[in-house]
Design a protein around this ligand. Structure first.
Ligand code: GLA
Length: 381
């Protein structure tokens, strides 16, 4: 449907037939702020997507029309530099593809999508993935999905200023319907795990606090983790990231670490261990145990890692009092965005009604609720 609309719009705007790519946002069941610490994550691609329609235009200019902003932006293939705004994602991907020695020519583009921006569902990773995927197809660049994920991540680092890990881009490009992926962010090996719970839904509740990770505390968290690693490395040469640290080692050197750095490291190391236990529970079909792990993750993110906010804390806590909820926690980078909840299918309607009413009473705004499906990663449609 959306593909047909985009094709029609493309014909009217550029008088040409486009290739249409859809790339999804992501959920992450557990393993938060572990990716840039070389730990594990457990994301899946969702049914909210960014779309890129694209065709060659026989020039050296890239012309973009962004439906969501009703804006046009054109840029040349040389001298690309960061600017302010949504176009940075496209500028960055174009730059980094060429920086890897690949030759591009001009294209006409329409971008569209329904991944809510600033809601912690990775609309930006979906956009860089869809755009990079489209260029890769049109110019036969030969990049793997993992290459495209790294190009998207590098764009965040160098054009947007968010020192993110690889989870979001990876998930948008590698997703598989009905499955989550356990990604080892150190070796980049991954495994598809069926999310086979027909009686449950993954439900997101938007705190309505829109976050931008750029220039935020996100980068500070990363630095605090690195500070912990460099202190511990003085004692253990083989420690290169928090992946290599155990709670025992951390405890042993507690006095040497600033309290805040200890807290940050403690959260990451316990989350790493929690993810392993969570995966074992999922494999046994034990959602009750898995839900308890999600709740514990929220506590850690809120108390030790300090990336939550009043609205997210309220949503996670309130969910715990509603029947049919197995677990609830804030999801993604934090400072706003959504909670992720595992809810019994037959309780989703009453959960939605109750959580919306409670939130609205306190914060005077109704939170959006998204009942998600786990779908495929980026592909042509
Ligand atoms: C953001 C980043 C990811 C990851 C999460 C937290 O979504 O883009 O790389 O660090 O936050 O788990």
């Amino acid at each position: 449907m959306i593909a047909e609309q985009l094709r029609k719009q493309f014909r009217e705007l550029y008088n040409n037939e486009p290739l249409v790519i859809a790339a999804p946002g992501r959920v992450n069941l557990i393993g938060e702020h572990t990716d840039y610490n070389e730990g594990f994550v457990l994301p899946g691609a969702v049914d909210k997507k960014m779309y890129v329609a694209m065709a060659e235009n026989d020039t050296d200019t890239i012309n973009v029309y962004a439906n969501q902003f009703n804006e046009t932006y054109s840029f040349g293939l040389t001298g690309i530099k960061p600017v302010n705004g949504w176009m940075n994602y496209l500028l960055g991907v174009t730059f980094h593809i060429q920086d890897r020695g690949k030759k591009l020519r001009g294209v006409d583009v329409i971008i569209d999508g329904d991944v809510p921006v600033g809601a912690g569902m990775s609309s930006s990773a979906a956009l860089t993935s869809a755009y990079g995927f489209a260029l890769n197809e049109i110019f036969h660049l030969g990049f793997s999905r993992m290459d495209l994920a790294f190009i998207g991540q590098k764009t965040e680092h160098t054009f947007v200023g968010v020192m993110c890990g690889i989870m979001d881009q990876f998930a948008s490009l590698h997703g598989k319907a009905g499955h989550v992926m356990r990604l080892d962010c150190k070796s980049l090996e991954y495994e598809y795990i069926p999310f086979n719970f027909p009686d449950y839904n993954i439900v997101l509740v938007n705190s309505m606090v829109s976050h931008s990770l750029a220039g935020s505390e996100y980068n500070v968290r990363r630095q605090q983790c690195e500070e912990g690693v460099s202190m511990l490395k003085k004692h253990y040469a083989d420690i290169n990231s928090l992946r290599d640290v155990t709670l025992d080692v951390l405890e042993l050197h507690r006095q040497e670490l600033p309290a805040i750095v200890y807290d940050r490291c403690w959260y990451v190391v316990s989350e790493k261990e929690r993810l392993m236990k969570g995966c074992a529970a999922l494999a046994k079909g034990d959602l009750a145990t898995f839900g308890l792990m999600m709740n514990a993750t929220h506590q850690g993110l809120s108390k030790q890692y300090s990336v939550s906010c009043t609205e997210l804390d309220f949503l996670a806590e309130r969910a715990g009092f509603i029947d049919g909820v197995m677990g609830s926690r804030m999801m993604g980078g934090g400072f706003g965005g959504c909670t992720i909840n595992i809810v019994k299918k037959d309780a989703v309607a009453s959960f939605t009604q109750k959580i919306q009413a409670a939130f609205e009473q306190l914060f005077k705004i109704q939170p959006y609720v998204y009942v998600t499906q786990i779908e495929d990663g980026a592909k042509a449609i």
